[in-house]
Write a protein that binds this ligand. Structure first.
Ligand code: SF4
Length: 386
């Protein structure tokens, strides 16, 4: 008796040379197996051609020869089996390609409709002073540059931000290197707040005393003040602020865990510590098999870690990521800057694992997007599958 095997539209079939992974995007069930002629010739083509309706007729002999696999696919919810003559709904493989949507957005903009392009700026990062080349950590995590004489002028920045007025930025991060960065800019920080109430000021205690941190939070009570790493001597008054503890060793990790602050994030950094970093940051298999349909589609088209972030540097240049190309300066229109990032062949916003770093790995759409650590180090396989 012939049967029909019908896959669920939530089931993805990912494969590479080494094997095949069936993945259910709602239950997050996964099943990995080796290539067989039945999988390669019968099942894989179903995932690539929607006209096949994600179903195939299976003869009794095929069923007997592949019973273990078929029973597994059914019991784990990847597919159902129907006897011929039995009514069942058609199904479609999840094969949407968002890349084509991006191309159409860019084409639309080329034809003159630039109005909606600014909506792609989700975060604006403002480095008020300092030298990015001397900064040890800002290429990996949100962190101010080391102090230097390069400094952005308030009037220039204000004009740039005013041009973003109709852009729904959902967060503004301000990175002052030293105390004198903030005070002359008080007016425009207040103006920024009128535009967007989600302002975060990042302070690295090396160049800030506890008193000056308290003064910043009193002067800008509408901003979230975040302290980015251990102060040299810990003052209990700092417990009131959210902390980003940057850790590069197990000793630093233990210390950060013991500091009694409720609102803290512990963030590993690369600092000549490959062993530590490998243990705490490399993606594990169970972490990637935990991904919804929306993220799978996003991962094939854009880098959701970086997409929509603009960085304004103290020398007035602007980039889409500190590890990417400069796309202009603050005298350019923000619409043009976003357009340049979206159309740059090296765009970090569009660097994905399937198209850039891991085209041959079957997990490339399940894996989290390329991180700043990888971009900075130029090592794109920080995972169990090295
Ligand atoms: S980082 Fe690349 S090689 Fe490693 S699991 Fe993810 S996609 Fe595969």
């Amino acid at each position: 008796m012939d049967r029909y095997l019908v896959f669920s539209p939530e089931t993805f079939i990912f494969y590479d040379k080494q094997g095949v992974c069936f993945y259910h995007s709602l239950s997050h069930n996964s099943f990995e197996t080796k290539h067989t002629p039945f999988i390669d010739n019968i099942l894989l083509p179903l995932s690539e051609d929607p006209r096949l309706l994600y179903q195939t007729r299976i003869s009794s002999i095929q069923y007997q020869q592949n019973q273990f696999l078929i029973d597994k696919l059914i019991s784990a919810g990847f597919a159902k089996i129907f006897s011929s003559g039995h009514l069942y709904s058609p199904s479609y493989p999840p094969v949407i390609k968002l890349n084509e949507n991006l191309v159409s957005i860019i084409k639309k903009v080329e034809n003159g409709d630039k109005g909606c392009l600014l909506k792609y700026v989700h975060q604006l990062n403002l480095f008020l002073s300092g030298d990015k080349n001397k900064s040890p950590f800002s290429h990996q995590v949100p962190f101010p540059f080391s102090p230097s004489n390069i400094e952005i002028q308030g009037a220039d920045l204000l004009r740039f931000v005013a041009n973003l007025r109709y852009c729904p930025i959902n967060r503004i991060n301000i990175f002052p290197s030293k105390e004198s960065d903030l005070i002359p800019k008080k007016n425009y920080i207040e103006d920024l707040f009128l535009e967007n109430p989600n302002i975060f000021i990042y302070l690295a205690p090396g160049s800030w005393t506890t008193d000056s941190i308290m003064a910043v939070s009193a002067t800008y009570p509408f901003c979230h003040v975040i302290i980015t790493t251990f102060p040299a001597r810990y003052d209990k008054r700092l417990q009131a602020f959210p902390h980003l503890f940057l850790v590069d060793s197990t000793v630093a990790l233990d210390k950060a865990e013991r500091i009694p602050i409720r609102d803290k994030q512990i963030v590993p950094i690369i600092n000549q510590n490959d062993g530590f970093f490998e243990n705490y940051v490399f993606t594990q298999r169970e972490e990637i098999l935990n991904c919804g349909k929306r993220d799978i589609f996003l991962h094939q088209s854009l880098n959701s870690n970086c997409f929509g972030h603009l960085f304004v540097l103290p020398d007035r240049t602007v980039c889409g990521n500190l590890n990417g190309d400069t796309i202009g300066d603050i005298y350019d229109s923000p619409v043009d800057l976003v357009y340049r990032e979206l159309t740059n062949v090296h765009s970090v916003w569009l660097k994905t694992r399937p198209s850039f770093s891991c085209p041959d790995c079957r997990f490339n759409r399940l894996c989290p997007c390329i991180s700043n650590y990888e971009l900075w180090k130029g090592d794109y396989h920080m995972c169990f599958n090295r």
